[in-house]
Design a protein around this ligand. Structure first.
Ligand code: MSP
Length: 635
């Protein structure tokens, strides 16, 4: 089985994730799911880039340690990836010991190859890029070409990497198509390398928050050399178990793809392959640089307040429509603009209308004709098949070329044909007269089979909703493999589940005016971690007065509280002793879950749970904003 290794960039932890980070990760996830569908052994990694001066600065400004800052942002990434259905195999953090080991190992190899030396270094430095620029790149104004902010002249003794030595080998690599994609980006990188490479400083003096440079006290590893090595750390490079590394990086059977935004192409397509050459390691098969998302045609910048309100979209619509929009709207490789209007239009026309309506129409007709089942007769000679077969071939080609928007367009050709076919065959006419013959069976089977193929192709893009569509046409998505991407898979006479609307239309005017909360479809609700208001009300939350408090002997964390909830007295054990003294709690009001099953903790029965915010694992108790009668319900 071919081995497919796929990575996203590792994201900085100085800010919360936004649409750009989501985009690369969703693209990579779609590709990972597709490769699994067609039978590859896939290893898919993502993670966070936690060192460097920017993280130090932001942590200082917030009064936390860089590690605390990183932990906070990382937990947000974990939540978001779960919410978006990202199926990564591992999540690497550059503060992990396994990463430090891998960095030490790659440096050892580069050094053994004679490619490192010490030299004095002076240059124009952009702290946001963590990189030095030449006079030519920054122009007379000395502005960073990426951030358009001032650069600083810096001078220090550093370890240098003989990048210039690799110029010819890099050019030979770009001569192979596929090395850097799309082609326009490959040409851009080639021109940069042809213009001449200078050796690269790969250490920094006096930067406390980084990986110490082996053999050079007081120096840390240049963040890009360090960060790029994550692609090997996650595979165990430099550690005791080399299995993943050998399977997915060294192995001649492996394909290695880095998915990145165009902003970090140079690091991935010039520095990284040169580091790998120096370390005697195989190069990536492909570095793919995609374009940028703009917001309403403007560059996304949080300071201007124009970032996409992702939480809102995800809460209202669920992950899959957002995934679909991102992959359909951007011609992969180019820039695209995110607008609320475009999102609603795509949702209504592609999902609610083309997919949702076609599906529900067919399911309704088939249920009516065949007593709640799929048709009993299949058909191998018809216009839906004639359209679907080349469309599926085009879909597969597009997926191989990372042309995700084209792959989706091909699937939609099938839907268009299914609709035309139904209109021309008019199966409803016979059904109205209660005629259910083989012809009706074949027409409906063909239509449903078209939808089944579309849903199968959609599995990598919209994993939850595509599985729901498959279920709606009588197919269990659990056992779907590459064979399902061929005509003929719709089972005969199997029960169709009860009809429900998978993609309810959005009221565009109301949505754009911000008046209504668009509905989340039933299926998304079931498959996401959202709960209904009724679910929420199952939890009884009440205000309690703390009458007594004492530490539980021999326990580091536990305090026993005697509380009054309305008329009732209860004993509640809380894990707050590391943050609170027992005495200071007496007389306070807290909020308690009063309908939890009792549990025994260190021999004491706890009849409830005290609510506390968890700040880096430390509890901070929740109190009502003003004194209220005990037993007051919280909702
Ligand atoms: N930490 C480095 C990458 C190190 S990889 C060894 C970094 N991190 S980042 O948090 O700034 O993420 C950059 C990546 O996020 C881009 O390469 C791109 O994949 C994605 N995007 C950030 N903003 C984006 C848009 N507006 N549009 C699309 N993707 C963009 O750079």
């Amino acid at each position: 089985m071919p081995n497919f290794y796929l990575t996203t960039p590792i994201y900085y932890v100085n800010d919360l994730p936004h649409i750009g980070h989501i985009y690369t990760t969703v693209v990579a996830d779609t590709l990972a799911r597709y490769r699994r569908l067609v039978g590859d052994e896939v290893y898919f990694s993502t993670g966070t880039d936690e060192h460097g001066v920017n993280i130090l600065k932001i942590a200082e400004s917030k009064g936390v340690t860089p590690q605390q800052q990183a932990d906070r942002v990382v937990s947000r990434y974990h939540d978001l990836w779960r919410q978006l259905g990202i199926s990564h195999s591992d999540f690497i953090r550059t503060t992990e010991a396994r990463h430090h080991r891998a960095v030490a190992e790659i440096i050892r190899r580069i050094e053994a190859n004679g490619d490192l030396y010490l030299a004095k270094h002076e240059g124009w430095y952009c702290a946001s890029c963590e990189t030095f620029y030449t006079e030519r790149e920054i122009g007379a104004a000395r502005m960073c070409p990426v951030h358009e902010s001032p650069t600083e002249l810096q001078s220090e003794e550093n370890v240098f990497f003989r990048l210039s030595k690799y110029q010819d080998r890099l050019l030979a690599w770009y001569a192979q198509s596929g090395s850097v994609e799309p082609e326009s980006r490959r040409n851009e990188v080639r021109r940069f390398v042809e213009s001449g490479l200078r050796d690269l400083s790969v250490s920094r003096a006096n930067l406390a928050w980084g990986v110490p440079f082996p053999g050079h006290d007081g120096q840390t590893v240049y963040v890009w050399l360090e960060a790029l090595t994550n692609y090997l750390s996650v595979l165990g490079f430099g550690g005791d178990d080399q299995t993943l590394f050998e399977t997915f990086w060294q192995g001649s059977e492996s394909t290695r793809v880095h998915m990145v935004g165009k902003d970090i192409l140079r690091f991935h397509a010039v520095y990284w392959p040169a580091f790998l050459m120096a370390a005697g390691l195989p190069l990536p098969t492909t570095v793919y640089a995609h374009g940028w998302w703009l917001r309403d045609d403007k560059k996304i910048s949080k300071s201007v307040g124009n970032a996409v309100r992702l939480d809102e979209l995800l809460t209202h619509f669920g992950a899959d429509p957002v995934r679909y929009f991102l992959l359909r709207e951007m011609a992969f490789g180019q820039d695209a603009s995110f607008s609320d209007e475009a999102f609603v239009d795509r949702f209504n026309s592609d999902l609610a209308n083309d997919l949702g309506n076609t599906l529900s129409r067919l399911v309704k007709l088939s249920s009516k004709a065949f007593d709640g089942k799929t048709p009993p007769e299949s058909c191998s000679n018809n216009s839906v098949k004639d359209t679907a077969e080349p469309a599926i071939a085009a879909y597969r080609d597009a997926m191989e070329e990372y042309a995700f928007h084209k792959a989706l367009r091909s699937l939609w050709r099938i839907l268009a044909e299914v609709n035309q076919y139904l209109v021309s065959k008019e199966p409803w006419k016979k059904l109205k007269e209660d005629i259910v013959d083989d012809a009706v069976s074949r027409v409906l089977w063909n239509g449903l089979e078209g939808v089944r193929l579309v849903a199968t192709g959609l599995l990598p893009f919209m994993p939850t909703m595509a599985a729901q569509v498959l279920k709606a046409v009588g197919v269990d998505s659990e056992n779907v493999d590459a064979g399902a991407l061929a005509w003929g898979g719709l089972p005969l006479s199997v029960p169709l589940p009860e009809k429900r609307t998978l993609f309810p239309r959005i009221d565009k005017a109301a949505f754009l005016a911000g008046e209504t909360k668009p509905p989340v479809s039933q299926a998304e609700k079931e498959d996401s971690n959202m709960i209904s208001i009724d679910d929420f009300f199952k939890i009884r939350l009440e205000v309690a007065n703390v009458l007594g408090a004492e530490r539980i002997p021999k326990s580091r964390k536990l305090i026993k509280l005697e509380v009054e909830v309305g008329e009732e007295r209860r004993t509640v054990v809380a894990g707050i002793a590391e943050a609170y003294e027992a005495e200071e709690l007496i007389g306070k009001q807290v909020v308690i879950v009063t309908n939890l099953e009792p549990v025994k903790l260190m021999g004491v029965e706890s009849q409830g749970m005290v609510l506390a915010a968890s700040v880096d694992g430390k509890p901070v108790l929740v109190h009502p904003g003003a004194e209220v009668p005990s037993g007051t319900q919280v909702r």
